[in-house]
Design a protein around this ligand. Structure first.
Ligand SMILES: Nc1ncnc2c1ncn2[C@@H]1O[C@H](COP(=O)(O)OP(=O)(O)OP(=O)(O)O)[C@@H](O)[C@H]1O
Ligand code: SF4
Ligand SMILES: [Mg+2]
Length: 342
């Protein structure tokens, strides 16, 4: 075998992941993803499309009774078949999650230094004093003075608390950070600072990053690649700026058109919002699950499901109108032309 054909094991490989909650909600369906060290993958989609479920599944944090199938290979080892002891080790030292609401994730009655030190003591068996010292260093890494180890969460601003969450996520030197809407509750200036901080830490430490947001603009600015989810599935996947600037799937197109762009005043006044809501994951429509809302649906879309297919170099999309050359026919507007050419 030639050396060029040997490929390093990816940091994270998700294969055919499906999650069904106890009540029957199919929140994630057949998702494949890959993240290498140093790569930043964005996951976008409207509320309820399965982003957080996917993130929680990666570290087996879903409620008891949830059915999870497929493979989640972290450094080549399947998280879904690991023993609990191994899962606990992986949760901080292999991958860690930064959630949206820092105030809810931090314990209000413990000093932040102790909260950052706790996983360090648990995972590396370091002494309390060593772990507290490391907590101070981590605070400095995220732009806070080490002396703030003695602060309680209520003594910090929202942006500072989110920095503490990032410090906690880094505490046990994980290879992968999963950031689930890490800046949604913050104002625009603080949001930008936190995003820059995450980007900087990820590239300095050669980490993998999965960043979840409903905001394609934020993701295209921060990430290398972008996966757009709808009704539990990835419907488009490709280089972040291309998916944002030139989406091929009608859903990604609508999603990217729904946000104003800096430097494009027209987009502020004509956002292409979508009518209706994503489907109930307990009662998904037949065919392409996007067809009830799709402005260019063909008659066949009501019955024919769509798998991800080649949509150009490095790109994939799950739409009958998309081929290797990108969109096969005009998509928005122009439904009638699309119908007559397929
Ligand atoms: N514990 C649960 N039990 C049953 N259904 C759930 C549970 N958690 C989430 N769901 C359902 O699964 C679907 C996906 O939810 P999820 O939280 O993953 O969406 P999301 O894309 O993260 O949305 P948001 O942008 O609002 O955070 C939703 O329909 C939700 O109601
Ligand atoms: S497959 Fe049909 S309904 Fe689904 S996105 Fe494409 S055109 Fe729209
Ligand atoms: Mg969520």
């Amino acid at each position: 075998m030639s050396t060029t054909s040997i490929r390093k094991t990816p940091l994270l490989q998700v294969r055919d992941l499906a999650v069904t909650y106890a009540g029957g909600a199919q929140a994630v369906r057949g998702v494949d993803l890959e993240v290498d060290a140093g790569q930043k993958l964005g996951i976008a989609g409207e509320s309820g499309c399965g982003k957080s479920t996917l993130a929680l599944a990666l570290l087996r944090l879903l409620p008891v009774g949830t059915k999870v199938t497929g493979e989640i290979l972290l450094n080549g080892e399947d998280v879904l078949t690991m023993k609990w002891g191994q899962v606990r080790a992986v949760r901080w030292a292999g991958a860690s999650i930064v959630f949206q609401g820092a105030m809810h994730s931090l314990n209000a009655v413990h000093r932040i230094g102790d909260q950052i030190a706790e996983p360090i003591v648990l995972h590396s068996k370091a002494s309390q004093a060593t772990a507290r010292k490391r907590a101070g260093e981590l605070l400095e890494q995220v732009g806070l003075p080490a002396a703030r180890v003695d602060a309680y969460p209520h003594e910090l601003s929202g942006g500072q608390r989110q920095r503490v969450m990032i410090a906690m996520a880094l505490a046990c030197d994980p290879g992968l950070i999963i950031a689930d809407e890490p800046t949604t509750a913050l104002d625009v200036m603080i949001q930008a600072q936190i995003l820059r901080l995450i980007e900087q830490l990820v590239s300095e430490q050669d980490l993998g990053l999965i960043m979840i947001s409903h905001d394609l603009a934020v993701l295209s600015d921060t990430c290398d690649r972008l996966a757009v989810m709808y009704a539990g599935r990835v419907v488009e996947h490709g280089p972040a700026s291309e998916v944002y600037e030139n989406a091929t799937h009608p859903y990604s197109k609508a999603l990217s058109g729904a946000f104003p762009r800096i430097g494009d005043p027209a987009s502020r006044f004509a956002p292409r919002g979508l009518p209706g809501d994503p489907p109930d994951p307990s009662a998904l429509p037949a065919g392409c699950t996007f067809h009830p809302r799709c402005p260019v649906a063909l008659d066949s879309c009501a019955t024919q499901d769509q798998e991800l297919r080649d949509a150009g170099p490095g790109r994939r999309a799950a739409c009958v109108l998309v081929g290797p050359q990108g969109v096969a026919a005009p998509v928005l507007p122009g439904a009638e032309e699309a119908r007559s050419t397929t």
